[in-house]
Design a protein around this ligand. Structure first.
Ligand SMILES: NC(=O)c1ccc[n+]([C@@H]2O[C@H](COP(=O)([O-])OP(=O)(O)OC[C@H]3O[C@@H](n4cnc5c(N)ncnc54)[C@H](O)[C@@H]3O)[C@@H](O)[C@H]2O)c1
Length: 294
């Protein structure tokens, strides 16, 4: 929808494996498509005169651990299909998100830098890290203008969580409003980097609209806006819903969360293309609850 605002509804072709997306119905062109089907993808790109691709299709961290083979296949082959077609058809730009999941237990926990030790332990993290180097390779070798951000956990009131380790930070709002209580699958003091969706969308578009000479990182940029724990977001929600309560029952996702940094240093993104967040925990919580209640 943000791209449609910039380029006009009819100039943005939305696409997914799903036949339709209720959020997009009636807003502009939509094509059901499997990104693994390179032939059909290529046909659509030529037929629709596509000049830029935003590739978001992926299997996320928690779901990936349940089916590592499929996660690797989709996350890698989907990207390679897009990069290869971008090269052949000389597309103007490609966007592909990486994730803080590239970092592993040997990366610094606090203010994890852009360039550091990166030894991911999930198949999702491995696929994102490999993907970052494919992006860099296609840029260096073929001049494909592919750009990327390592998203933190994304929090949105519009779309349901997609099987990631940070899903709790979305679920907690829905349950707080419906049930006034939430059982969290992470421990109360698990700090993770997070971002509110409006900031994530703005970061993406600002990166993509920047002049190419400002982009010094062709693997993927660290971006950051806030870090909090389940206990802290629970307390923030309680300010608005006084009888809200939270308890904790950590599951397999705790080990994934423990392998990631607690906070991210994004000075390179701030320097290169002027990244700056708008939302911290307090403002995000207020905005989430307002929008979910409407
Ligand atoms: N949500 C987060 O917190 C987060 C954090 C870091 C990075 N990311 C990245 O951002 C991107 C979007 O994440 P999301 O949260 O929207 O995930 P999501 O799971 O909500 O959406 C992924 C979409 O991909 C589609 N898809 C799956 N297989 C496909 C295929 N073969 N062909 C076409 N479409 C297919 C699914 O139907 C789904 O709609 C992903 O690349 C993800 O790795 C997300």
């Amino acid at each position: 929808m943000a791209l449609r605002k910039i380029y006009g509804n009819s100039n943005v072709i939305a696409s997914d494996l799903r036949e339709q997306n209720p959020l997009l119905e009636g807003t502009g062109p939509y094509v059901g498509l499997d990104v693994m089907n390179k032939g059909m993808l290529h046909v659509q790109i030529i037929r629709q005169n596509i000049t830029q691709i935003y590739l978001l299709a992926a299997i996320l961290s928690a779901t990936g651990e349940k089916n590592p083979g499929l996660a690797w296949q989709l996350n890698m082959q989907g990207l390679l299909n897009v990069l290869e077609i971008a090269r052949e058809e000389k597309l103007h730009k490609v966007y592909w998100p990486s994730s803080i999941a590239v970092f592993g237990p040997t990366s610094p926990k606090l203010n994890c830098p852009q360039h550091t030790i990166i030894e991911p332990i999930t198949v999702y993290g491995i696929s994102k890290y490999a993907g970052e180097f494919w992006c860099n390779y296609y840029h260096m070798k073929y001049g494909v203008d592919v750009r990327s951000i390592r998203y933190p956990g994304l929090i949105s009131y519009k779309s349901a969580p997609g099987g990631g380790t940070t899903d709790y930070a979305v679920e907690i709002f829905l349950e707080a409003l419906e049930e006034k209580k939430y059982q969290c699958f992470l421990k109360e003091d698990t700090y993770l980097p997070m971002m509110y969706m409006p900031d994530a969308i703005r970061a993406t578009i600002e990166l993509m609209e920047s002049p190419a000479e400002k982009i010094s990182v062709r693997t993927s940029y660290n971006v950051s806006s806030m870090s909090f724990s389940p206990k802290e977001i629970g307390a923030e929600i309680k300010k608005h819903i006084p009888d809200f309560s939270i308890d904790y029952k950590p599951d397999y996702r705790q080990a994934i969360a423990d392998s990631w940094p607690q906070s991210i240093d994004d000075n390179v993104a701030r320097h290169d293309w002027g990244w700056k967040e708008e939302f911290k925990l307090e403002a995000m919580t207020k905005d989430m609850l307002t929008n979910l209640q409407n």
